[in-house]
Design a protein around this ligand. Structure first.
Ligand code: PGA
Length: 249
């Protein structure tokens, strides 16, 4: 177990060719010894993966895709990208199970196939799990997490190539963040599920949902959280740098 902290930038459907240059400041920070614990991963839209790969080539920053098709071979899937295509561009990671994709059709079964396909091709997986507001209000958070994990990992052998991103759906893009005491409880629940189901005792669990330069001061205090999946605030280098600096300092 390393004490690395993950800072994963999820640019979603934002960013044009010019915006790639804005990450030069983050590249500079990644070369500073003071921040060597920071494992920075950029997940831009597919259209920018190549540009991101080239601009970060001589740094420790790594690149990931935001989703993939579960089918491994080339195929007639208009608009889709599989893990081979993602790998061929130099990406090392792929986000799977993001709630924005679950809400547009990704099922636990489908997510399971995607994770299998990514691991088979040696891509690391950022596996998103989390409850909706409705589920939270009905006290279903733990059972939702349980089924997302168990179904998502079905027939997959224990391994260290998955980062578990706990993202309560109600906190994504809303400015709402769980209280530290509640977040600690949920991280523990995830740990327990993984230790029971997979006998995995040191899972890499990160948090995502409205992380910003202000609330990071509180979030960083939770030692069981090994990093952050940052959406909106990662699009401005200044904010992303602030988040990294405040966490590591
Ligand atoms: P947000 O997005 O930081 O904009 O809430 C996080 C995510 O969706 O991964």
């Amino acid at each position: 177990m390393t004490n690395n902290m993950f800072f994963i930038a999820n640019w979603k459907m934002f960013g044009d060719f010019k915006s790639v240059n804005s990450i030069k400041k983050v590249i500079k920070l990644s070369k500073d010894k003071k921040y060597k614990k920071a494992k920075i991963i950029y997940c831009p839209p597919y259209t920018l993966l190549d540009k991101f790969f080239k601009i970060t080539k001589n740094s420790k920053i790594e690149i990931g895709a935001q989703n993939c098709h579960h089918y491994q071979n080339p195929g007639p899937f208009t608009g889709s990208v599989n893990v081979d295509l993602i790998k061929s561009i130099g990406a090392k990671y792929v986000i799977i199970g993001h709630s924005e994709n679950r809400s547009s059709g990704d099922t636990n079964h489908n997510i399971n196939l995607k994770i299998k396909s990514a691991l088979k091709k040696k891509l690391k997986v950022i596996f998103c799990i989390g409850e909706t507001l409705k589920e939270k209000r009905k006290n279903k958070t733990n059972s939702v997490l349980n089924s997302q994990i168990i179904r998502g990992l079905k027939n997959i052998k224990k391994n260290n190539n998955i980062i578990f991103a706990y993202e309560p759906v109600w906190s994504i893009g809303t400015g709402l963040v769980p209280k530290n005491k509640d977040l600690k409880i949920q991280i523990n629940v995830i740990k327990k599920i993984l230790s029971k189901f997979w006998r995995l005792n040191n899972p890499k669990i990160i948090y995502g949902g409205s992380v910003n330069p202000k609330n990071i001061n509180d979030l960083r205090k939770i030692s069981s959280i090994k990093g952050f999946l940052v959406g909106g605030a990662s699009q401005k280098a200044k904010n992303f740098i602030d988040i990294i600096k405040k966490t590591i300092n």
